[in-house]
Design a protein around this ligand. Structure first.
Ligand code: TRP
Length: 371
């Protein structure tokens, strides 16, 4: 049977798809520049990073130094507020789809912890157990259980207990939070939500009605116990860029219901062990390193699955060096190794043939070695 013409197939293959439920890239990996333009967010430039460092009196986090958090919306306004001596609050979240968190899940939480420490601000963390009930084939009980399990991993990141509120949707939605949900829902047409999220007529209405749930923690009035009388308090959301559609919608609605738009600071994806073409995914256990993995598991996973940028033979490697563009080990070190000099040193070593490195080491240290 004649199927799709090869050119069409190729085009489809190459097109990158990024939304809260699917991240897939063309062959060259995710094109983040294109994404920023397509989503209409702003690039996080050196001047803004310097400003964060100046205002907080701390060196910028390595995720900022290395461009891993690379895009934002209205971050300048949040910094203006802070500079004037006023506060804001942080909001982030997690959809509990796996028993434990993996390294990719930790990234926004590690960064949020840094922001909370640096700015000394309150933080709300939403566990969207309802979202995972609606999208994954889970029971209500199982989604709630996973949310509770995940909360432990999140707490272990070390947030300020006096300034942090973690909630699950199944437990918390109601009252002022629900009032804000319906206010948002009334402002978003079916056509609009299809345009933003790509829902199809076959999708059940649970999915279509979910976005307001993730939107309203951006509004302080959803948390009357925590922010009462502070309805115009600004909100900053650290998240991976795949969550942007939710907050595009939220920002669009906010002024129409008398609220402030949330600001955003957005990260790249954490690559799967198999390479940068997709993000680390909870649905493929071999693509990810979990916080519950033993040292032995980690060793096996790294040795067996971490995609290498090394060349096929020593000769080729000597000639071409490693390809750091695709090497997963160096990408992970880029996320987690704090020391910039050490990272540069390692990059240099793996760029060369290790024997060449040994040779030049011996030559340059010969006098010392001969002592
Ligand atoms: N939808 C997110 C997920 O599946 C969870 C989430 C809820 C979130 N609120 C958020 C993520 C705010 C970042 C910021 O993981």
């Amino acid at each position: 049977m004649a199927s799709v013409a090869p050119e069409v197939e190729k085009k489809e293959e190459e097109e990158q798809v990024v939304n809260p439920w699917e991240v897939s890239a063309g062959k060259g990996g995710i094109d983040y520049d294109k994404l920023v333009d397509q989503f209409g967010c702003q690039r996080l430039d050196a001047a803004l990073i310097d400003r964060i460092a100046r205002l907080t009196g701390r060196p910028p986090h390595r995720f900022l130094r290395r461009g891993l958090f690379f895009a934002h919306r209205d971050l300048n306004e949040i910094l203006d507020i802070y500079e004037k001596g006023d506060k804001f609050y942080l909001y982030t979240g997690r959809g509990p789809s796996s028993e434990a968190l993996h390294l990719g899940h930790l990234v926004p939480f590690m960064f949020t912890k840094y922001l909370q420490d640096a700015f000394k601000v309150p933080l709300v963390i939403q566990l969207t157990d309802d979202e995972k009930f609606l999208w994954k084939n889970l029971t209500v009980e199982e989604s709630k259980r996973l949310a509770r399990e995940n909360a432990k991993d999140i707490i272990a990141c070390g947030f300020d207990v006096e300034r942090t509120f973690i909630f699950s949707d199944f437990n918390f939605v109601g009252g002022a939070f629900y009032e804000n949900m319906v206010k948002v829902a009334r402002c978003v047409t079916y056509n609009k939500v299809v345009g933003i999220f790509g829902f199809t007529p076959e999708d059940h209405i649970g999915k279509i009605s979910f976005p307001p749930v993730q939107a309203v923690p951006s509004f302080p009035s959803s948390f009357p116990k925590h922010f009462s009388g502070n309805d115009q308090l600004r909100c900053l959301i650290p998240c991976a860029i795949d969550q942007d559609p939710y907050f595009r919608m939220t920002r669009d609605v906010a002024p129409r219901i008398g609220y402030q738009k949330p600001a955003l600071i957005e990260s790249r994806f954490f690559p799967a062990l198999q390479g940068e073409n997709t993000k680390m995914s909870a649905s493929d256990p071999n693509s990810a390193i979990y916080v519950t993995d033993s040292t032995k598991d980690i060793k096996t996973k790294v040795n067996k699955y971490a995609f290498s940028g090394g060349q096929d033979s020593v000769e080729l490697h000597r000639k071409l060096g490693a390809n750091l563009e695709v090497d997963v080990s160096i990408k992970y070190l880029n996320f987690f190794l704090e020391d910039d000099d050490e990272l540069e040193r390692i990059k240099k070593v793996i760029l060369q043939d290790i024997r060449t490195t040994l040779y030049s080491y011996l030559v340059s240290n010969w006098a010392v070695l001969m002592l």
